[in-house]
Ligand binder design. Sequence first.
Ligand code: GTP
Length: 228
Amino acid sequence: IRPQKEGNVCSRTLTHTHRHIIQYCYPTKIKSRTKFPDVMLVGDSGVGKTCLLVRFKDGAFLAGSFISTVGIDFRNKVMNIDRLKVKLQIWDTAGQERFRSVTHAYYRDANALLLLYDVTNRTSFDNIKAWLTEIHDYAQQDVVLMLLGNKADATQQRVVKREDGERLAKEFGVPYMETSAKSGLNVELSFTAVAKELKHRSMKEPNEPKFKLQDYVNKEMKSAGCAC
Ligand SMILES: Nc1nc2c(ncn2[C@@H]2O[C@H](COP(=O)(O)OP(=O)(O)OP(=O)(O)O)[C@@H](O)[C@H]2O)c(=O)[nH]1
């Protein structure tokens, strides 16, 4: 067995003859690159999960007829976070009730969840409590979670005030902001914020202060002059 180099991860495997032990070593850097953080989009059908992801990934808005997601879909996106390349694996789930068991199976692998409601749809907002219960039941205990009120561009159709979203988020201790897949408002910021939180958690130096997601998004929105 070759000596283990510092910074390497090694695993031992018995060969089929059981006479040799093979030790595989590979740098931790490679290992950490192979497990990309999983971000999952959840919320009622029609709140804009697919559109948010397409806006983030391709910078475009999917206008026109609404095609509901079937089961689950995913896309990768590489982001630059504090001069580090972070590859996010983003799971777009189906909001329809009939696919709920499919979604349940993916919760436990999610490192971060973006929970969406539609500011023009009261029911999608009222269902947030049920989604939070589901997240509590199926997701990892320390999952990074953020509540997003999407379709903020649709001012004429709005039925959920920003303050209602803020109040609900406060009640459950969850970071919150409004987004628009149509205009692009806060789309990049929502993914950057969760990616930063995940990066801080995995690479935190002992004396480094804790990353506060809500403070970060508030500061970013303020510096962008956003009245949202
Ligand atoms: N005005 C406006 N419309 C949006 C926005 N985001 C999505 N939509 C529209 O809302 C409808 C539903 O969007 P989707 O992204 O497909 O919704 P979804 O949450 O993925 O739905 P499921 O796949 O059924 O879970 C589409 O007609 C979109 O064009 C937005 O930010 N603003």
